[in-house]
Write a protein that binds this ligand. Structure first.
Ligand SMILES: [Zn+2]
Length: 144
């Protein structure tokens, strides 16, 4: 369960239970809510754990939020800082798709595409591979 924005306090967060669809992963993690951050859009996963900002609540529905958390969980599992490496982004999407849901992963990617297209969220090619390529890769998982 993910709380709504008005239930999450600034500097606070919530506990989220990662349960994979194969049942092999069952792990509770603290999701930190950080407002007005400049170094990431929507969500972050890395050595400092998992963080989200207001955009996470403003633009994504609960299923997509869960899928995004799985993406960040993949980054956060790594002990080294891998954020911004293209292959890591593809891997994090794939991880989210396979451990959680292919459709929900595609859903956050398609919203991301719209947010980039409408310039609501700035696209930084140094941090993420083109969103169309990310969508294509996950769509390929559907037929397997
Ligand atoms: Zn990522």
């Amino acid at each position: 369960m993910i709380p709504t924005l008005n239930k999450v306090k600034k500097g606070g967060g919530f506990s989220f239970n990662f349960i994979s669809k194969d049942g092999k992963i069952n792990k509770k993690k603290w999701i930190k809510f950080v407002d007005n951050v400049k170094n990431f859009n929507v969500s972050y996963g890395g050595p400092e754990g998992i963080k989200i900002n207001k955009d996470f609540f403003n633009y994504f529905k609960e299923k997509e939020q869960v899928a995004l958390l799985w993406h960040e969980y993949h980054h956060a599992r790594k002990k080294v800082f891998t954020f911004g490496r293209n292959c890591e982004e593809f891997r994090a999407d794939k991880y989210s798709a396979l451990k959680n849901s292919i459709e929900d992963c595609l859903s956050y990617l398609k919203i991301g595409e719209k947010l980039y297209d409408e310039k609501i969220i700035p696209y930084d090619p140094k941090k993420h591979p083109p969103i169309k390529k990310r969508i294509e890769r996950i769509e390929k998982l559907r037929v397997k």
